[in-house]
Design a protein around this ligand. Structure first.
Ligand code: AVI
Length: 317
Protein backbone atom coordinates (compact mmCIF):
# COMPACT_ATOMS: atom_id res chain seq x y z
CA UNK A 1 0.00 0.00 0.00
CA UNK A 2 1.27 3.48 -0.76
CA UNK A 3 1.79 6.18 1.82
CA UNK A 4 -1.32 8.16 1.06
CA UNK A 5 -1.81 11.84 1.54
CA UNK A 6 -5.31 11.70 3.00
CA UNK A 7 -4.68 12.32 6.69
CA UNK A 8 -7.79 10.49 7.84
CA UNK A 9 -7.29 7.26 5.94
CA UNK A 10 -7.53 3.98 7.92
CA UNK A 11 -6.06 0.79 6.50
CA UNK A 12 -9.17 -1.01 5.24
CA UNK A 13 -10.64 -3.56 7.62
CA UNK A 14 -10.99 -5.97 4.72
CA UNK A 15 -7.21 -5.83 4.26
CA UNK A 16 -6.73 -6.76 7.94
CA UNK A 17 -9.30 -9.57 7.55
CA UNK A 18 -7.59 -10.85 4.43
CA UNK A 19 -4.09 -10.75 5.95
CA UNK A 20 -5.19 -12.35 9.22
CA UNK A 21 -7.08 -15.20 7.56
CA UNK A 22 -4.25 -15.79 5.06
CA UNK A 23 -1.74 -15.79 7.95
CA UNK A 24 -3.81 -18.20 10.02
CA UNK A 25 -4.01 -20.65 7.11
CA UNK A 26 -0.23 -21.01 6.88
CA UNK A 27 1.57 -23.98 8.45
CA UNK A 28 3.34 -21.56 10.82
CA UNK A 29 0.48 -19.18 11.57
CA UNK A 30 1.66 -15.58 11.33
CA UNK A 31 0.57 -11.96 11.11
CA UNK A 32 2.49 -8.81 10.18
CA UNK A 33 3.54 -6.70 13.21
CA UNK A 34 2.12 -3.62 11.49
CA UNK A 35 -1.29 -4.70 12.85
CA UNK A 36 -0.11 -4.03 16.42
CA UNK A 37 -0.56 -0.32 15.89
CA UNK A 38 -4.20 0.59 16.34
CA UNK A 39 -5.02 3.29 18.92
CA UNK A 40 -4.53 0.95 21.90
CA UNK A 41 -1.48 -0.75 20.39
CA UNK A 42 0.25 2.59 19.80
CA UNK A 43 -0.45 3.59 23.42
CA UNK A 44 0.89 0.25 24.68
CA UNK A 45 4.00 0.69 22.57
CA UNK A 46 4.56 4.10 24.19
CA UNK A 47 4.38 2.35 27.59
CA UNK A 48 6.93 -0.24 26.42
CA UNK A 49 9.31 2.59 25.49
CA UNK A 50 9.28 3.78 29.12
CA UNK A 51 9.95 0.36 30.66
CA UNK A 52 13.21 -0.20 32.56
CA UNK A 53 13.84 -3.41 30.64
CA UNK A 54 13.30 -1.81 27.21
CA UNK A 55 16.71 -0.11 26.75
CA UNK A 56 16.38 0.93 23.02
CA UNK A 57 14.26 4.05 23.51
CA UNK A 58 16.20 5.69 26.31
CA UNK A 59 19.54 4.77 24.70
CA UNK A 60 18.55 6.22 21.34
CA UNK A 61 17.04 9.28 23.03
CA UNK A 62 20.34 9.92 24.84
CA UNK A 63 22.23 9.60 21.53
CA UNK A 64 19.87 12.07 19.82
CA UNK A 65 20.28 14.55 22.70
CA UNK A 66 24.05 14.19 22.88
CA UNK A 67 24.68 14.41 19.13
CA UNK A 68 21.88 16.74 18.00
CA UNK A 69 24.41 19.39 16.88
CA UNK A 70 26.47 16.93 14.79
CA UNK A 71 23.31 15.44 13.34
CA UNK A 72 21.96 18.89 12.41
CA UNK A 73 25.24 19.63 10.61
CA UNK A 74 24.83 16.44 8.54
CA UNK A 75 21.18 17.20 7.78
CA UNK A 76 22.04 20.75 6.68
CA UNK A 77 19.76 23.80 6.37
CA UNK A 78 16.26 23.94 4.82
CA UNK A 79 15.64 20.18 4.83
CA UNK A 80 12.28 18.61 4.03
CA UNK A 81 12.09 15.91 6.71
CA UNK A 82 10.04 12.74 6.52
CA UNK A 83 9.76 10.44 9.53
CA UNK A 84 8.78 6.83 8.83
CA UNK A 85 6.56 5.23 11.50
CA UNK A 86 6.50 8.50 13.41
CA UNK A 87 4.33 7.40 16.38
CA UNK A 88 4.48 9.78 19.35
CA UNK A 89 6.86 12.25 17.57
CA UNK A 90 8.94 12.30 20.77
CA UNK A 91 12.24 11.82 18.93
CA UNK A 92 11.90 14.56 16.31
CA UNK A 93 11.23 16.94 19.21
CA UNK A 94 14.80 16.30 20.37
CA UNK A 95 16.24 17.26 16.98
CA UNK A 96 14.02 20.18 15.98
CA UNK A 97 15.66 22.79 18.23
CA UNK A 98 19.08 21.93 16.67
CA UNK A 99 17.99 21.69 13.02
CA UNK A 100 18.68 24.68 10.80
CA UNK A 101 15.38 26.10 9.52
CA UNK A 102 13.71 22.86 8.40
CA UNK A 103 11.29 23.60 5.56
CA UNK A 104 8.67 21.01 6.51
CA UNK A 105 8.09 17.91 8.62
CA UNK A 106 6.14 14.96 7.17
CA UNK A 107 5.38 12.35 9.87
CA UNK A 108 4.15 9.11 8.34
CA UNK A 109 2.31 6.50 10.42
CA UNK A 110 -0.21 3.72 10.00
CA UNK A 111 -2.14 4.78 13.14
CA UNK A 112 -4.05 7.69 11.55
CA UNK A 113 -6.00 9.20 14.47
CA UNK A 114 -3.08 8.91 16.85
CA UNK A 115 -0.83 10.60 14.28
CA UNK A 116 -3.25 13.51 13.81
CA UNK A 117 -3.30 14.19 17.54
CA UNK A 118 0.47 14.04 17.88
CA UNK A 119 0.90 16.33 14.85
CA UNK A 120 -1.46 18.91 16.39
CA UNK A 121 0.57 18.86 19.64
CA UNK A 122 3.81 19.31 17.70
CA UNK A 123 2.41 22.27 15.72
CA UNK A 124 1.42 23.91 19.00
CA UNK A 125 4.96 23.52 20.38
CA UNK A 126 6.77 24.51 17.14
CA UNK A 127 4.49 27.21 15.65
CA UNK A 128 6.81 28.08 12.72
CA UNK A 129 7.06 24.50 11.52
CA UNK A 130 4.94 23.14 8.66
CA UNK A 131 3.73 19.72 9.86
CA UNK A 132 1.95 17.60 7.26
CA UNK A 133 0.98 14.16 8.61
CA UNK A 134 0.65 11.28 6.17
CA UNK A 135 -1.46 8.27 7.15
CA UNK A 136 -0.12 5.17 5.52
CA UNK A 137 1.98 2.08 5.52
CA UNK A 138 5.72 2.32 4.94
CA UNK A 139 6.18 -1.43 4.56
CA UNK A 140 5.42 -1.29 0.81
CA UNK A 141 5.96 1.15 -2.06
CA UNK A 142 5.65 4.77 -0.87
CA UNK A 143 4.59 7.90 -2.70
CA UNK A 144 5.66 11.18 -1.10
CA UNK A 145 4.48 14.68 -1.98
CA UNK A 146 6.89 16.80 -4.06
CA UNK A 147 9.78 18.46 -2.23
CA UNK A 148 8.59 21.43 -0.17
CA UNK A 149 9.04 24.84 -1.76
CA UNK A 150 12.47 26.25 -0.96
CA UNK A 151 13.71 22.94 0.48
CA UNK A 152 17.36 22.08 -0.17
CA UNK A 153 17.00 18.32 0.18
CA UNK A 154 14.83 15.55 1.51
CA UNK A 155 15.99 13.83 4.69
CA UNK A 156 14.51 10.62 6.12
CA UNK A 157 14.30 9.90 9.83
CA UNK A 158 13.67 6.30 10.91
CA UNK A 159 14.37 5.96 14.63
CA UNK A 160 13.53 3.11 17.01
CA UNK A 161 15.15 0.29 15.03
CA UNK A 162 11.84 -0.41 13.33
CA UNK A 163 13.88 -1.61 10.34
CA UNK A 164 14.49 -4.69 12.51
CA UNK A 165 10.80 -5.59 12.21
CA UNK A 166 11.26 -6.23 8.47
CA UNK A 167 12.67 -9.50 7.18
CA UNK A 168 16.07 -9.10 5.42
CA UNK A 169 14.56 -8.81 1.92
CA UNK A 170 12.00 -6.23 3.10
CA UNK A 171 14.73 -4.26 4.92
CA UNK A 172 16.81 -4.13 1.75
CA UNK A 173 13.76 -3.07 -0.31
CA UNK A 174 12.91 -0.34 2.22
CA UNK A 175 16.48 1.03 2.20
CA UNK A 176 16.55 0.91 -1.62
CA UNK A 177 13.35 2.96 -1.68
CA UNK A 178 14.97 5.44 0.70
CA UNK A 179 17.98 5.71 -1.63
CA UNK A 180 15.60 6.75 -4.42
CA UNK A 181 13.16 8.91 -2.42
CA UNK A 182 15.92 10.73 -0.52
CA UNK A 183 18.42 11.09 -3.42
CA UNK A 184 20.55 14.20 -2.82
CA UNK A 185 19.78 14.08 0.91
CA UNK A 186 20.18 11.35 3.50
CA UNK A 187 18.68 9.02 6.08
CA UNK A 188 19.13 9.14 9.86
CA UNK A 189 18.28 5.68 11.16
CA UNK A 190 18.34 4.01 14.59
CA UNK A 191 19.56 0.41 14.66
CA UNK A 192 19.48 -1.95 17.66
CA UNK A 193 22.67 -3.96 18.14
CA UNK A 194 23.43 -7.63 18.79
CA UNK A 195 24.09 -8.16 22.51
CA UNK A 196 23.81 -10.69 25.35
CA UNK A 197 20.64 -12.76 24.87
CA UNK A 198 19.59 -12.27 28.54
CA UNK A 199 19.41 -8.51 28.01
CA UNK A 200 17.30 -8.97 24.89
CA UNK A 201 15.10 -11.52 26.61
CA UNK A 202 14.34 -9.09 29.44
CA UNK A 203 13.51 -6.30 26.98
CA UNK A 204 10.79 -8.40 25.32
CA UNK A 205 9.51 -10.13 28.49
CA UNK A 206 9.02 -7.24 30.92
CA UNK A 207 7.93 -8.00 34.45
CA UNK A 208 4.82 -5.79 34.26
CA UNK A 209 3.50 -7.70 31.24
CA UNK A 210 3.16 -4.65 28.97
CA UNK A 211 4.80 -6.42 26.02
CA UNK A 212 2.45 -9.36 26.59
CA UNK A 213 -0.54 -6.99 26.46
CA UNK A 214 0.88 -5.37 23.30
CA UNK A 215 1.23 -8.79 21.66
CA UNK A 216 -2.26 -9.92 22.72
CA UNK A 217 -3.70 -6.64 21.46
CA UNK A 218 -3.66 -8.26 18.01
CA UNK A 219 -6.27 -10.74 19.24
CA UNK A 220 -8.33 -8.02 20.91
CA UNK A 221 -8.20 -6.00 17.72
CA UNK A 222 -9.40 -8.99 15.68
CA UNK A 223 -12.26 -9.49 18.18
CA UNK A 224 -13.32 -5.84 17.88
CA UNK A 225 -12.83 -5.29 14.18
CA UNK A 226 -13.43 -8.70 12.62
CA UNK A 227 -15.96 -10.27 14.99
CA UNK A 228 -13.37 -12.85 15.97
CA UNK A 229 -13.79 -14.78 19.22
CA UNK A 230 -10.23 -15.17 20.52
CA UNK A 231 -10.12 -15.91 24.26
CA UNK A 232 -7.13 -13.83 25.36
CA UNK A 233 -6.56 -16.04 28.41
CA UNK A 234 -6.17 -19.05 26.15
CA UNK A 235 -3.00 -17.60 24.56
CA UNK A 236 0.42 -16.85 26.08
CA UNK A 237 2.91 -14.18 25.07
CA UNK A 238 6.14 -15.93 24.07
CA UNK A 239 9.31 -14.06 23.03
CA UNK A 240 12.84 -15.42 22.67
CA UNK A 241 16.15 -14.56 21.00
CA UNK A 242 17.35 -16.72 18.11
CA UNK A 243 21.15 -16.21 18.03
CA UNK A 244 21.62 -17.83 14.60
CA UNK A 245 19.14 -15.45 12.98
CA UNK A 246 20.07 -12.55 15.28
CA UNK A 247 16.45 -11.81 16.00
CA UNK A 248 13.83 -11.77 18.73
CA UNK A 249 10.77 -13.74 17.71
CA UNK A 250 7.42 -12.95 19.29
CA UNK A 251 4.59 -15.47 19.24
CA UNK A 252 1.13 -15.97 20.69
CA UNK A 253 1.03 -19.53 21.95
CA UNK A 254 -2.21 -21.46 22.22
CA UNK A 255 -2.53 -22.91 25.73
CA UNK A 256 -4.87 -25.68 24.54
CA UNK A 257 -6.42 -27.26 21.47
CA UNK A 258 -9.15 -24.82 20.47
CA UNK A 259 -11.29 -23.56 17.62
CA UNK A 260 -11.52 -19.81 17.00
CA UNK A 261 -13.64 -17.94 14.46
CA UNK A 262 -12.50 -14.99 12.36
CA UNK A 263 -15.08 -13.37 10.06
CA UNK A 264 -17.20 -16.49 10.60
CA UNK A 265 -14.38 -18.79 9.40
CA UNK A 266 -13.21 -21.53 11.80
CA UNK A 267 -9.50 -21.66 12.65
CA UNK A 268 -8.12 -24.58 14.66
CA UNK A 269 -5.18 -24.41 17.03
CA UNK A 270 -3.34 -27.41 18.48
CA UNK A 271 -2.07 -27.08 22.05
CA UNK A 272 1.27 -25.21 21.89
CA UNK A 273 0.73 -24.00 18.32
CA UNK A 274 1.63 -20.36 17.80
CA UNK A 275 0.91 -17.27 15.74
CA UNK A 276 4.27 -15.70 14.87
CA UNK A 277 3.58 -11.99 15.37
CA UNK A 278 6.93 -10.21 15.14
CA UNK A 279 10.62 -10.48 14.36
CA UNK A 280 12.98 -7.88 15.75
CA UNK A 281 16.36 -8.25 14.02
CA UNK A 282 19.51 -7.04 15.74
CA UNK A 283 22.58 -5.92 13.77
CA UNK A 284 26.30 -5.36 14.15
CA UNK A 285 27.52 -1.93 12.98
CA UNK A 286 29.52 -3.38 10.04
CA UNK A 287 26.64 -5.72 9.17
CA UNK A 288 24.17 -2.85 8.97
CA UNK A 289 26.58 -0.64 7.04
CA UNK A 290 27.06 -3.42 4.46
CA UNK A 291 23.26 -3.66 4.08
CA UNK A 292 22.99 0.12 3.63
CA UNK A 293 25.72 0.09 0.98
CA UNK A 294 24.01 -2.75 -0.84
CA UNK A 295 20.87 -0.57 -0.95
CA UNK A 296 22.77 2.39 -2.43
CA UNK A 297 23.11 4.41 0.79
CA UNK A 298 26.58 5.55 1.84
CA UNK A 299 27.39 5.18 5.57
CA UNK A 300 28.87 8.56 6.54
CA UNK A 301 28.62 8.67 10.35
CA UNK A 302 27.67 6.41 13.26
CA UNK A 303 27.02 7.25 16.90
CA UNK A 304 26.87 4.52 19.63
CA UNK A 305 26.46 4.51 23.41
CA UNK A 306 29.33 3.35 25.65
CA UNK A 307 27.73 -0.05 26.25
CA UNK A 308 27.24 -0.64 22.51
CA UNK A 309 23.52 -1.27 22.99
CA UNK A 310 22.23 0.91 20.14
CA UNK A 311 23.50 2.82 17.09
CA UNK A 312 22.41 5.85 15.10
CA UNK A 313 23.56 6.06 11.47
CA UNK A 314 23.76 8.91 8.98
CA UNK A 315 23.54 7.52 5.45
CA UNK A 316 24.00 9.70 2.40
CA UNK A 317 21.45 9.05 -0.36
C1 AVI B 1 8.84 -0.92 16.93
N1 AVI B 1 9.84 -1.98 17.15
C2 AVI B 1 11.19 -1.49 16.80
C3 AVI B 1 9.79 -2.62 18.46
C4 AVI B 1 10.90 -3.68 18.59
O1 AVI B 1 11.63 -3.63 19.59
O2 AVI B 1 11.05 -4.51 17.70
C5 AVI B 1 8.43 -3.26 18.69
C6 AVI B 1 8.37 -4.04 19.96
N2 AVI B 1 7.95 -5.27 20.09
C7 AVI B 1 8.01 -5.65 21.34
N3 AVI B 1 8.51 -4.67 22.04
C8 AVI B 1 8.73 -3.62 21.22
Amino acid sequence: MSALLQPDLHPARSVFAHDLLAGLRQRQKSLSPKYFYDERGSALFDLICDLDEYYPTRTETALLRRHAGDIAAKVGPHADIVEFGAGSLAKIRLLLPALQAPRRFLPLDISADYLQRQAALLRADFPGLIVQPLAGDFSGPMTLPPLAEGAARRVGFFPGSSLGNFNPAEALAFLRQCATLLAGGGLLIGIDLVKAPERLHRAYNDAAGVTAAFNKNLLLRANHELEADFDLDAFDHYAYYHPGLQRIEMHLLSRKAQRVHVCGEPVDFAQGESIHTENSYKFTVPGFQALALQAGLLPAAVWCDEDALFSLHWLVA
